[in-house]
Design a protein around this ligand. Structure first.
Ligand SMILES: [Zn+2]
Length: 86
């Protein structure tokens, strides 16, 4: 008998996480740490990103998950690069 738990991958750090313990944020599957970090950064640094991400999600949310992930990755990297600015 195979006891296979559903495992997914954090899109940010790439670590393996249980789906039950994963977070879905801006169409990205994130682990606990990355989720908190991501949410914190987005809210703190760039409300505009939230807006554009939401808008993108609304227009294209159901299909093309891969394309969406690319888009979100781009947005995330942008936020990340700006994240250090005080
Ligand atoms: Zn992670």
């Amino acid at each position: 008998m195979m006891a296979k738990s559903t495992i997914t991958k954090c899109k940010n750090c790439g670590c393996r996480i249980l789906v039950d313990e994963s977070y879905f944020h801006n169409c990205l599957t994130l682990c606990d740490d990355c989720y908190l970090e991501n949410v914190h950064r987005v809210i703190t640094c760039n409300p505009l990103v939230i807006y554009s991400a939401k808008r993108f999600q609304d227009s294209d949310g159901i299909m093309a998950e891969d394309r969406l992930n690319e888009q979100q990755k781009t947005i995330y990297n942008y936020v990340k690069s700006k994240g250090k600015v005080t």
